[in-house]
Design a protein around this ligand. Structure first.
Ligand code: DOR
Ligand code: ZN
Ligand code: ZN
Length: 428
């Protein structure tokens, strides 16, 4: 089986390649990248005309909620991986806050057997840090690593007991497993639902201060320093989390960070009414925070763009800000929001965009992707960066469509997604 992608604008930062090239796929691997690849017998080859399109290594989302097992009415492995493919993601890492949580080797194996059956893209699970994510007893991290997890996380909350967390970090270090930290001080957040500030006062809603995030980010960095663990800060939303990351990096610590598209594309001022499509954790912050995060992305302080794809049903999200669950979907809007808000507006180069959507995530989870050299597995995405359209939540492949971006005019459309040489998505 041969597939020839003709005349695309190839961006492959790992091999320092950017320009118009042909790319040949043989079976599941990259066979050749060259200026003009000629195949003698064209009956033997599928040709994709990529003239005017960008060709990149497939995106990797290290922060996704798939909801299976337990909350299949919100999302399943089948619908979530289809949404991933439609969003240009060839690899996703689901968080363990399912029901029951993924907190043992058996649960990891059960989850992976479901992925084997229903997964359309690569799915690399993240295991819970404590049993039941109850923050008390550390899970069998070694057994889960042997069963196939790529990282550990208590996402949805922080491990509040510092001694338990320190112990987990020591084990994670020995296992070379990265720790994905959701930073939220439980005692400080109380019943907050949106950013604490003018907007929370205007709407008379309980606020979440920046300190809720910053205090735990600082604690986790200091703990990682003491225990030598690899720490990844999830969904950075405050200016100071970016600053803390910068200090950690300046001190040579193995700390990385991600930001989600909603946290650089929206501020709390975009919340006009009590609409829970704008409710997520951490919340939309101030313009000052957003500007600082964009600068941190530009200066490569923030390594990764991840979605925190958090599907919830229409019934759940029809409730008020106070009563509805935190979270919005993100897989099918992430690329367009990133291209429109950061690349088209000049904050990021195309190369930086590929680094943050693919190359850096691959490095953090230790997955051999994000590289288009001969012999590498052919996971690719092909996009039209110039196509302008309105985001329509009714067209999502995800089972849920809780998004604040419905109706937003964006630039940049996913055209083809290829996993292991196989076309898994073609835009309609
Ligand atoms: O908004 C969020 N939703 N933040 C989280 O940390 C958890 C997530 C979820 O699972 O819905
Ligand atoms: Zn989280
Ligand atoms: Zn999350």
């Amino acid at each position: 089986m041969l597939t020839l992608i003709k005349n695309g604008y190839l961006i492959d930062p790992a091999n320092d390649i950017e320009g118009i090239y042909d790319l040949l796929i043989k079976n599941n691997k990259i066979e050749k990248v060259d200026k003009n690849i000629i195949i003698e017998d064209i009956n033997d080859v599928d040709i994709i005309d990529a003239e005017g399109l960008l060709v990149m290594p497939g995106f990797i989302d290290v922060h996704v909620h798939l909801r299976e097992p337990g909350y299949e009415y919100k999302e399943t492995i089948a619908t979530g991986t289809m949404a991933a493919a439609a969003g240009g993601f060839t690899t996703i890492c689901p968080m363990p806050n399912t029901n029951p949580p993924i907190d043992s080797p058996d649960k990891v194996r059960d989850f992976l057997s479901r992925v084997e059956k229903d997964g359309l893209v690569n799915v690399l699970p993240i295991g819970a840090i404590t049993i039941g994510q109850d923050g008390l007893d550390i899970a069998d991290l070694k057994g889960m690593k042997e069963a196939g997890i790529y990282a550990i996380s208590e996402d949805g909350k922080s491990v509040m007991d510092t001694a338990v967390y320190a112990e987990a970090m020591k084990i994670a270090k020995d296992l070379d497993l990265p720790i994905f930290a959701h930073c939220e001080d439980k005692s400080l957040v109380k019943n907050g639902v949106i950013n604490k500030g003018n907007k929370s006062e205007e709407l008379n809603l309980p606020g979440i201060s920046n300190a809720v995030e910053d205090i735990i980010a600082a604690r986790d960095i200091l703990l990682a320093k003491e225990n030598g663990a690899r720490l990844h800060l999830c969904h950075c939303s405050t200016k100071d989390s970016g600053k803390l990351l910068e200090i950690a990096k300046d001190n040579g610590l193995k700390v990385t960070g991600e930001v989600c598209p909603h946290h650089f594309a929206l501020t709390d001022e975009d919340i006009k009414t009590d609409d829970s499509n704008y409710k997520m954790n951490p919340p939309l912050r101030s313009k000052e925070d957003v500007d600082a995060l964009k600068l941190a992305l530009k200066n490569d302080i923030i390594d990764v763009i991840a979605t925190d794809h958090a599907p919830h049903s229409a019934e759940e999200k029809a409730k008020s800000m106070i009563s509805s669950p935190f979270g919005i979907v993100g897989l099918e809007t992430a690329f367009a929001i990133t291209y429109t808000e950061l690349v088209d507006k000049g904050f990021l180069s195309l190369k930086q965009m590929v680094e943050k959507l693919c190359v850096n995530p691959a490095k953090i989870i230790g997955f051999d992707r994000g590289n288009l050299a001969k012999g590498k597995i052919a996971d690719l995405v092909i996009v039209d960066k110039d196509e302008v359209y309105e985001i329509n939540k009714n067209n999502f492949y995800s089972k849920s469509n809780n998004t604040p971006f419905h109706g937003k005019k964006v630039k940049g459309k996913i055209k083809y997604t290829i996993v292991s040489g196989k076309l898994v998505y073609i835009s309609k």
